[in-house]
Design a protein around this ligand. Structure first.
Ligand code: SF4
Length: 249
């Protein structure tokens, strides 16, 4: 349990109008090696990697390799490794559990029911996440308030009750336009699926392009609607952010 949980309100007051760089620097100073960052190599995370690198902040960055990621995610991961000279801690699901799941329910059980889909997310994302966060006090995410109505009011510093940690959301006040302006200005590598109509990128079978989406225009479409598109919106939760203003990543 982080000793800083009692101070979140004052942290949020202090950083109400702060730049993402200042938030990252403060988080690094406050949590030291107990700070980590979750990275799925979407555009928000690429901006965060760039900011960490520019500031010379040494933060361990982890990613969850579910075994079902699109090829383009590995490409941008490699680009980030070279560009920012970073190592990524890659967490895979437990082999024997995935083997049992596929043996019993087949390779596409997530399409059969919401329960099956959540089971797959639990095995491939939630359990590896708990290992990635073990021993840490705070984690940085790329969540933004403008991503969906469920994220409105997302604070910079948030109590992650599920993990008993602090969640740091330096980009919460950024718009899609801010992100893409930054990417262009700093030549930040990004997942090419963003150019093919994907505002949000997760596992290949569970993500599709959103018709009408244009980079930088989150006002045109529901930018989360390409995730688990066959389910109703209130079920779109994969368990990475339980009880948070931020739902599934
Ligand atoms: S997003 Fe889809 S493939 Fe990925 S873990 Fe969840 S159900 Fe499984």
């Amino acid at each position: 349990m982080s000793a800083h949980l009692d101070h979140l309100e004052s942290f949020n007051q202090r950083f109400a109008d702060a730049d993402a760089q200042d938030i990252l620097a403060f988080a690094h100073e406050t949590f030291g090696d107990k700070l980590t960052m979750a990275c799925s190599f979407g555009v928000e995370d690429m901006v965060l990697l760039h900011l960490l690198s520019e500031a010379g902040l040494k933060v361990r960055v982890f990613t969850l390799d579910t075994g079902r990621l699109p090829e383009s995610t590995y490409i941008v991961m490699d680009q980030a490794r070279h560009r920012y000279k970073m190592e990524f801690d890659v967490y895979f699901p437990k082999t024997e559990v995935v083997e049992a799941l596929v043996r019993l329910k087949g390779p596409q059980s997530y399409f059969d029911s919401v329960d099956n889909r959540k089971e797959c997310c639990r095995i491939r994302k939630v359990e590896p996440l708990s290992r990635a966060l073990s021993g840490k006090q705070a984690w940085i995410t790329g969540l933004r308030a403008a991503q969906s109505v469920t994220r409105r009011g997302l604070p910079v510093f948030e109590h992650d009750e599920g993990h008993g940690m602090v969640k740091v959301n330096p980009l919460t006040r950024w718009s899609e336009q801010d992100l893409w302006d930054f990417v262009q200005q700093h030549n930040v590598p990004f997942n090419r699926l963003h150019d093919e109509g994907y505002p949000s990128i997760g596992c290949a079978p569970c993500t599709r392009p959103v018709p009408g989406y244009e980079k930088g225009r989150e006002d045109l479409v529901d930018i989360r609607s390409g995730r688990w598109w066959w389910e109703s919106p209130d079920q779109k939760e994969c368990g990475l952010h339980p009880g948070s203003k931020g739902s599934a990543q």
